[in-house]
Design a protein around this ligand. Structure first.
Ligand SMILES: *[C@@H]1O[C@H](CO)[C@@H](O)[C@H](O)[C@H]1NC(C)=O
Ligand SMILES: *[C@@H]1O[C@H](CO)[C@@H](O)[C@H](O)[C@H]1NC(C)=O
Ligand SMILES: *[C@@H]1O[C@H](CO)[C@@H](O)[C@H](O)[C@H]1NC(C)=O
Ligand SMILES: [Fe+2]
Length: 475
């Protein structure tokens, strides 16, 4: 049950929580013992040295860090996310009641503004969450560092807003999926921190709590140092569903803790939404929301695509969890139904890149459509290799499909640098021991660019907004 309130009760739950967390750590350790060895994809020449299984140290370390917090009013489990234009949402958790307010300003220690928001709390069978605060700051200036303090307590934090809107504005995205909270995750996070990105894109499977709610708390703690100063934009994976029939509605924890700007983008569900930043329009689709051609998600998608103006946002990118182009034996065909419903619409809209997770490996496809290489199709990338406790997916289909360019079973992260209106540079960096090693890269030309040869007859070089009729999706 979810409740929203102005203030609320506080700290008496902490001892019960500590016991639940100890038990969670034990359960977690048992999971980790079963993790397997690494296997290398056929098209990669990298031979991974054998590695010991991950330990449960990461979870323990973050629980210790939490204990070292000085007060129950201090912000914990922080993350920030883009809200409407010129806005940033700050989310944090406290175990005692604090005002849902954020003081902020452009000079450290000097807060010229204060914004207020809401406090939420949810119950999950016997678990009762701490207080989850959501506050939207703005209007903010682009490319500006703001210093902020949550609820009037604890340390000062800061973030830098993304670059301004504009078709030629460079911007850097980090891309990571299926993160979990293992030692492998910790390595991926360290590597991500070394990349000076503006916005993180996350195609689902966050905490791997799998209904054990204290793992959402430890995940929030582990992400906090990385997500409290760079915006993280997420969409849901299957591990976020967590429905307990008759007791808990699905996505309760995910929707309460990771509320994305769905209302701001005209969606009625946190499971799919869109946002724009610099010269990029990003569709965050929901693999686990209805997607049929008569679904609310499909209706929203069509309306959202109509709003896309490629002269303002020459780049059109989509994210979802279950990949449509996947030549790993894991999760084969799981994205097919959604692909059948939506691929022609996204193809007609000239989506440049689609990122997926779910398969715990990295794979890059050529631009493709209907499972055939197509120079005006979507460039499909699977990046479900953030480092979760289930380990890597090491078995690939043989022969490698014609559309599959590069595939490898290693943990890692992606970096997408939008250079200008027409060019972007993508690289995938495997976690080779403790050094990120760039293992696959490609220059990408936007389908909205004249030189792609894929623009419509429109003389401006812009893609006209797509209004796909029914015949287009009956393949
Ligand atoms: C902003 O926060 C980051 C991460 O906590 C920190 O490393 C950095 O020094 C801070 N920047 C400023 C200008 O205080
Ligand atoms: C949702 O969006 C609409 C339209 O932008 C706005 O009027 C409304 O206040 C928003 N609701 C919330 C709860 O933010
Ligand atoms: C865009 O960037 C690419 C790659 O750096 C460069 O070759 C191209 O000339 C740039 N286009 C414009 C219009 O600046
Ligand atoms: Fe998944």
């Amino acid at each position: 049950m979810l409740s929203i309130m102005d203030g609320g009760g506080g700290g008496a739950r902490s001892r019960r929580k500590a016991r639940m967390l100890q038990f969670a750590t034990l359960v977690f350790a048992v999971f980790l013992v079963f993790l397997g060895e690494f296997v290398v994809g056929q098209s990669s020449t990298y031979v991974r040295p054998p590695k010991a299984p991950a330990k449960s140290d990461a979870v323990e370390k973050h629980l210790q860090e939490r204990k070292s917090l000085t007060a129950s009013t201090d912000p914990d489990q922080m993350h920030i996310s883009l809200a409407g234009p010129g806005q940033m949402k700050v989310t944090w958790v406290t175990s005692s009641a604090v005002p849902a307010t954020v003081q902020y300003g452009t000079t450290s220690g000097h807060y010229t503004n204060i914004a207020s928001g809401v406090t939420k709390q949810y119950s999950f069978v016997l678990y009762e969450s701490d207080l989850i605060h959501d506050v939207i700051l703005g209007p903010l200036n682009p490319s500006t560092t703001y210093f902020y303090k949550c609820g009037g307590f604890g340390a000062e934090f800061n973030f830098t807003t993304p670059p301004p809107s504009g078709p030629n504005v460079p911007i850097k995205f980090a891309v990571v999926g299926d993160l979990g909270q293992t030692d492998w995750t910790a390595t991926t996070l360290e590597h991500l921190a070394g990349y000076d990105y503006d916005v993180l894109l996350f195609p689902g499977d966050l905490s791997y709590a799998d209904t054990w709610q204290p793992l959402w708390d430890s995940f929030g703690q582990m992400m906090s140092p990385y997500a409290n100063y760079r915006p993280w934009m997420v969409t849901e994976g299957n591990h976020e569903i967590e429905d307990v029939p008759l007791l808990v509605e699905s996505f309760l924890s995910y929707n309460t803790r990771w509320e994305m700007p769905y209302n701001e983008s005209g969606s009625t569900s946190n499971l799919y939404y869109s946002f724009e930043v610099a010269g990029v329009h990003i569709l965050m689709l929901g693999s686990y929301a209805d997607f049929d051609t008569n679904s609310a998600q499909f209706e929203w998608l069509q309306a959202d695509l109509e709003k896309v103006d490629r002269t303002k946002t020459p780049w059109l990118i989509a994210l979802l969890h279950a990949p449509w182009y996947n030549s790993n034996s894991a999760h084969q065909g799981e994205g097919d139904a959604m692909m059948e419903a939506m691929e022609s619409t996204l193809y007609a809209a000239k989506v440049d890149i689609m990122f997926a997770g779910h398969v715990h490996a990295y794979e890059r496809a050529e631009r493709a459509y209907l499972k055939k290489p197509d120079p005006c199709g979507i460039l499909y990338i699977t990046i479900g290799d953030g480092g979760n406790r289930e380990g890597l997916a090491g078995t690939w289909l043989d022969p490698q499909p014609v559309w599959s360019v590069f595939r490898e079973s290693s943990f890692g992260h992606g970096e997408l640098e939008i250079v200008n209106a027409t060019h972007a540079y993508w690289s995938w960096n495997r976690n080779q021991d403790h050094i990120p090693v760039m293992a696959d890269d490609v220059w990408i030309t936007s389908l909205s660019a004249a030189q792609s040869g894929c623009t419509s007859k429109s003389t401006t070089g812009a893609i006209q907004s797509q209004n796909v009729d029914d015949s287009n999706w009956e393949l």
